[in-house]
Design a protein around this ligand. Structure first.
Ligand SMILES: Nc1ncnc2c1ncn2[C@@H]1O[C@H](COP(=O)(O)OP(=O)(O)OP(=O)(O)O)[C@@H](O)[C@H]1O
Length: 282
């Protein structure tokens, strides 16, 4: 059974449709990123899956249940990391996690969890005295305290500096590797999607316009790899779908006279822009 199965999902706010016939599945243990420009419908989609928003039409199953009707037991299996946990400033880190752990049947031990997210030195600090990055670690701890089978992360690193972002990515990767948890995250950050997710869904204007691994998505946009080299002082660049064959032929023709050889894989960024442009043109 898929961890998430969405078929024909529609969402209408007033007169406006913001999700049109969205269909996708996420298998257990997958880490999937939902990417898309502002207003694409990412937060709307994730909130419907979390059970925080009622959909207009379509079938949605999350861990085998309809999130619109599921009860407490289902909620205990679903972890949510919201854009930021602003309440509870007066609580101390350990106290807050111990309190939340009490709601779950099989929670993390608070001290083990605090160590896992790297907050041991701050365990007795009040939440409002934490830095932005430490707070985000606490957000993750709150999301996973009940040992969820599925974790939703909505723009998890918005506002992070580059080193806090890298630490956060390491934390999530390690958590996923050790727990086997399924993850659906939304992000604007292509690099983040590529680092964390094995699969990327591109949502634009309320429609899925791309679904695949970073590599398979790149292959959708033909001829995007580029080989660059110089020869006799002149620079050359050629697009190719078969860079290894191209380089082999180039070497056979020119041998050691080739200098500064580079192969540029088509980036997820190029693919993303091409898919969004072509979806908007149609
Ligand atoms: N409660 C609401 N009432 C009316 N329209 C809404 C509501 N929430 C979202 N929208 C509209 O639905 C569309 C999708 O919004 P959503 O927040 O899901 O997009 P998003 O992809 O998460 O965008 P962003 O990247 O900017 O966070 C937007 O045009 C937004 O203005």
């Amino acid at each position: 059974m898929s961890a998430i199965a969405v078929a024909g999902l529609r969402m209408r706010y007033g007169e406006r449709d913001v999700l049109h016939d969205v269909t996708f599945q996420v298998e257990p243990g997958e880490v999937v990123a939902l990417l898309g420009p502002n207003g694409a419908g990412k937060t709307t989609t994730i909130e419907i899956l979390e059970g925080f928003r009622a959909r207009s039409a379509g079938r949605v199953s999350v861990l085998g249940e309809d999130p619109g009707r599921a009860g407490e037991q289902w909620r205990a299996r679903v972890g949510v990391v919201l854009q930021s946990w602003r309440d509870h400033g007066k609580w101390r880190v350990r106290e807050l996690l111990a309190q939340l752990a009490a709601y779950y049947p099989d929670p993390w031990d608070p001290d083990d969890l605090i160590a896992a997210v790297g907050l041991t030195p701050q365990a007795d600090q009040k939440v409002r005295t934490l830095s932005g990055g430490q707070r985000r670690r606490l957000d993750v701890a709150i999301g996973i305290v009940g040992r969820p089978g599925l974790l939703f992360l909505d723009e998890p690193t918005a506002g992070f500096d580059p080193s806090a972002r890298r630490d956060f990515h390491d934390l999530v990767r390690e958590f996923v590797a050790t727990s086997g948890c399924t993850v659906l995250l939304t992000t604007h950050d292509l690099d983040e999607a590529e680092r964390l997710a094995g699969r990327i869904l591109i949502l634009d204007g309320g429609r899925i316009v791309g679904d695949g691994t970073p590599v398979s998505l790149a292959q959708l946009v033909a001829g995007d790899d580029e080989v660059r080299w110089s020869l006799g002082g002149e620079r050359f660049a050629r697009p190719t779908g078969h860079p290894a064959r191209f380089v082999h032929d180039l070497y056979r023709e020119h041998g050691d006279e080739i200098r500064d050889l580079e192969v540029h894989r088509s980036s997820l960024e190029n693919t993303y822009h091409a898919l969004v442009r072509s979806a908007e043109a149609s």
